[in-house]
Ligand binder design. Structure first.
Ligand SMILES: [Zn+2]
Length: 286
């Protein structure tokens, strides 16, 4: 009885562990700068993944042929210099340090409708209601291992402005640009770049028509300014499935897709996850 239970458990364990162990995911390109992704190898052959955190947020840990790798998203707002992850295994915690290099992102001046810069009291109240919800959405961390870390572009089209630009709206400095803009006509299909689950849809003050997809372990992608939403909360999507259509809703200068990629709550450069030949060079590349 015990032996057959043990064998049964062993088979279940094999069934659970083998696809993970055998199918090593292709990692995104590493870039140790604000807005980049740092990969940290963690030794150990334990079958139980260590719990890793970076500055208070859980970090994606993936099995490798030997040991594990932690994928750490570095916030755009993080200053360069020494940084560390905490690695917890059972009762023991150890710290692993790495260095965040500096990166100068260019400044971009934009003209938008004044109501999107000097907010009315009603719009301020709306933004204050929306922001905690959006922060919770892109800070989602589920146990599911992503099926892929190599994305297809969600829209075909030229990238009209790049990640990390320091934005000045109507002469007023605002947060840096936390995603990739892809210019395309209104109505162009926006598709999921990788498998995931739709966790939010809505119409937000700055983002306009929005869809948010959870890919697992803290990797969350966001599609903004949509003219039409075709996805439903809870829906599982495959790479290439339609999420909606390009629009010019929210704070925009014209029709385009704003594509955000969050990892452990930090928005990172989506180009690091693209494998197409026209992907922009990784930060730091020449
Ligand atoms: Zn944008």
């Amino acid at each position: 009885m015990i032996r057959s239970t043990m064998r049964c458990l062993a088979i279940i364990c094999l069934a659970l562990c083998m696809p993970i162990a055998m199918a090593e995911l292709s990692l995104p390109r590493a870039s140790a700068v604000p807005g980049g992704v740092v990969m940290v190898d963690i030794e150990g052959d334990s079958t139980e993944a260590p719990f890793v955190s970076f500055e208070g947020d859980a970090v994606m840990v993936l099995p490798r042929e030997r040991g594990w790798v932690a994928l750490v998203g570095i916030p755009l707002s993080r200053s360069p210099g020494p940084a560390a992850i905490q690695i917890r295994r059972g009762a023991s915690t150890l710290t692993r340090g790495f260095t965040i290099e500096g990166k100068q992102y260019r400044t971009q001046a934009l003209k938008v409708a004044p109501k999107h810069v000097d907010l009315s009291p009603e719009d301020t109240a709306r933004v204050e209601r929306e922001q905690p919800h959006l922060r919770a959405m892109y800070g989602t961390f589920t146990a599911q291992i992503p099926e892929s870390l190599r994305f297809i572009p969600p829209v075909k089209g030229p990238r009209s402005s790049s990640f990390g630009l320091r934005r000045v709206f109507n002469n007023q400095p605002r947060n840096p640009h936390s995603g990739m803009d892809i210019a395309a006509p209104v109505g162009t299909h926006v598709v999921a770049p990788a498998p995931g689950t739709v966790i939010d849809t809505g119409d937000y003050f700055f983002n306009g028509g929005t869809v948010i997809v959870d890919h697992g372990r803290g990797l969350v992608t966001m599609y903004c300014h949509l003219s039409r939403i075709d996805a439903k909360v809870g829906q599982k999507v495959a790479a290439g499935d339609k999420l909606g259509e390009v629009g010019a809703t929210g704070r925009v200068t014209g029709p385009h897709l704003h594509w955000g990629v969050a990892l452990n709550r930090a928005f990172v450069d989506p180009a690091l996850f693209l494998e197409s030949a026209n992907a922009s060079p990784a930060p730091g590349a020449r």
